[in-house]
Design a protein around this ligand. Structure first.
Ligand SMILES: Cc1ncc(COP(=O)(O)O)c(C=O)c1O
Length: 390
């Protein structure tokens, strides 16, 4: 396969393509969907082969082989990130959104607060609200043009009702790869405020040259009694439709507490998710990611440099992920005007930054997980839509 091969996902039920019209009023025939964090590349051969194997067996009955699934997860985490996990620490969930909601419900009560470092993946706040907990926003600082921690500056926002800090590591949006020192600062903050640290590491495989993702448990082994980590193959391999994620709980007491809670939901791995994750977390999968990353990096370089040439627009340097974060402050335009230019003039569906919380108001998030030709087209459209600022 080539990452340049154009895929046509309209009419397949793809959220990213088929919901663009209802959500943005942009026709999928003419529009560029750069919102939902889903890549457009066709599935690689090793995934296709695994699913064909499933079809050929013509047997979709109950299955018991979760050991090889757990082994694949442990193998992946160790070989890609140097993190040694025990398969007893794993819980399989219905995607990561499910893992986040279950974690909130298990370890906090309605009315409790959950702290998040904004701007951050909009579903964090949504899930906290849907589970009848309350968001405490701790806005990130910006240092040398990228997001940074300044816990002193946000200390006054803590109400005393917080029970948990939920982080995206690496960070969605903008892809900050938190350093071990920063993860240690977060852990110290959790110690100070007696919080659980929930580390969503789903973007951890997608890190660009010059940066290294370190799982929170490795960066701060002593945080284990407060740590719930989670990840999935979904973002890396574009298999989010299989709705399979996993949680890693190294501490026996936290694990026992979660296990008791989890039992009541009767959630068990599904055959497609297990098949795809096992095939992804393999030497072929590792080789594919090693080819994917230079492609995404070239998309990033092209897009961010191109955006920076458009007067009024500035892309935040991306250290990981395919979610570019563009600041429109210097256009002097209000949100309605920026959205109108993107949607009506450019035909681009991008995620509005204000939905990611305080600090995101003047930004838009653009998904670059697509063919180079589409990234080039997006740049050309953006240049035209803001040409009057030249
Ligand atoms: C940080 C983060 N966590 C979780 C998710 C969603 O995971 P899932 O599709 O498995 O629910 C996303 C999707 O964009 C994400 O960026």
């Amino acid at each position: 396969m080539s990452f340049d091969t154009l895929t046509h996902r309209t009419g397949t039920g793809s959220t990213k393509w088929d919901m663009m019209q209802p959500a943005f009023g942009i026709s999928p025939d003419a529009g560029l969907p750069m919102w939902v964090a889903d890549k457009d590349f066709e599935a690689p051969d090793f995934l296709q082969k695994a699913v064909r194997g499933l079809l050929d067996r013509a047997d979709y009955g109950y299955f018991c082989d979760t050991d090889s699934f757990h082994d694949a997860i442990a193998w992946w985490q160790e070989t890609r990130h140097g993190w040694q996990i025990d398969s007893d620490w794993l819980f399989t969930t219905h995607g990561l959104g499910n893992a986040i909601s279950l974690t909130i419900q298990c370890f906090t009560d309605p009315g409790d607060h959950v702290a998040i470092l904004t701007p951050v993946y909009h579903e964090f706040a949504a899930k906290i609200g849907r589970t009848e907990r309350v968001v405490t926003e701790l806005p990130l600082a910006v240092c040398d043009g990228v997001y940074a921690l300044d816990f002193d500056a946000v200390e006054a926002r803590m109400t005393g009702k917080e029970k948990m800090l939920l982080i995206s590591s690496p960070h969605n949006p903008a892809g900050r790869v938190w350093t071990p020192a920063e993860l240690q600062q977060m852990a110290a903050f959790c110690d100070r405020h007696d919080l659980l640290l929930v580390s969503d590491e789903v973007h951890g495989d997608l890190v660009f040259e010059g940066h290294r993702f370190v799982p929170t448990h490795m960066a701060v082994p002593g945080i284990a009694p407060r740590l719930i980590a989670m990840s999935a193959a979904s973002k890396t391999f574009s298999v989010a439709g299989a709705r399979t994620g996993y949680m890693v709980i190294p501490d026996p007491d936290l694990r026992a507490r979660f296990a008791r809670f989890f039992r009541g939901f009767d959630i068990s791995p599904n055959l497609l998710g297990v098949t795809l994750t096992r095939a992804a977390y393999s030497p072929e999968g590792a080789a594919w990611v090693d080819q994917l990353m230079p492609y995404l990096q070239a998309n990033r370089d092209l897009f961010c440099a191109g955006v920076d040439e458009i007067p009024g627009l500035r892309a935040m340097p991306m250290q990981s992920t395919y979610l570019a974060w563009v600041d429109f402050t210097a256009t002097g335009m209000d949100r309605a005007e920026i959205h109108a230019r993107l949607q009506d003039s450019a035909g681009i569906a991008a995620t509005p930054g204000h939905t990611l919380g305080t600090g995101g108001e003047s930004f838009m998030r653009f998904n670059l997980g697509t063919q180079r030709a589409r990234v080039e087209e997006a740049l050309a459209r953006l240049s035209r839509a803001f040409a009057d600022l030249q």
